[in-house]
Design a protein around this ligand. Sequence first.
Ligand code: URA
Length: 264
Amino acid sequence: MKNYAKPGEVMYHVGLSKEMLQGARYALVPGDPGRVEGLAKAVDPDAVYLASHREFTSWLACVAGEPVLVMSSGMGGPCITFVVEELGRLGVETFIRVGTTGSLQEDLNLGDVVISKAAVRTEGASKSYAPVEYPAVADLDVTVALRDAARELKVPFRLGVTVTTDSFWPGQERYDSFSGYMPRSLQGSLKEWQALGCTNFEMEAATLLTLCSVHNLRAGVICGVIAKRTDSEAVAPPDVYKKAEQRFQQVAKRALEKLIAADK
Ligand code: URA
């Protein structure tokens, strides 16, 4: 039996109660608390601020007549476990991670969008929930809604297998770290993921997809490319982020509209 929140119960980490969510069953989850307001207002100009606790900033929006929570996860797998655990208890059933990423294939350019079909679990947090043989796979309906929305909006996108890491530097084979040291086990890892056809590096997808699958919740992931790892380790300037942001915001909104219509 699921441990849903009691009336008036406030979740310790995210600072939200069922009453504050007004029955929201859908959540958009960016990593950065600073991006929540922009995303919430992009999907609903009348969105309202709810709370800010630790890395979890939340706003409530309305899309196609349905309340939608927009809440940041912070960075990395452990942070996103709080999102699924506590929002699950509050009745959220569908999660869409909306983030940024480094692309691994030549045909993915800065500002493009990647929709994850699945993710490689190199992170650690999901291992507290399921053995490594368990796949981190995205919900089919959420993924198809994201894909159809991207097509409809003519946003350049790829569906792919994402590599989720616990480290932005060695985990993604970046040498511009504090020490520049790369453990032997990770030397050549970027080339290997490329050879396996993986599309992108990021830091939350595998944890979100594994936990949602284990809990019988739905999850999908859309990320904007802000580093083109076939060219460089660098993160692109803010204008690239702006372009990617505009695209993933539009796609997320349209995908939500599609899902909400299909769920009715
Ligand atoms: N996020 C990542 O985890 N890696 C990148 O290269 C860009 C964004």
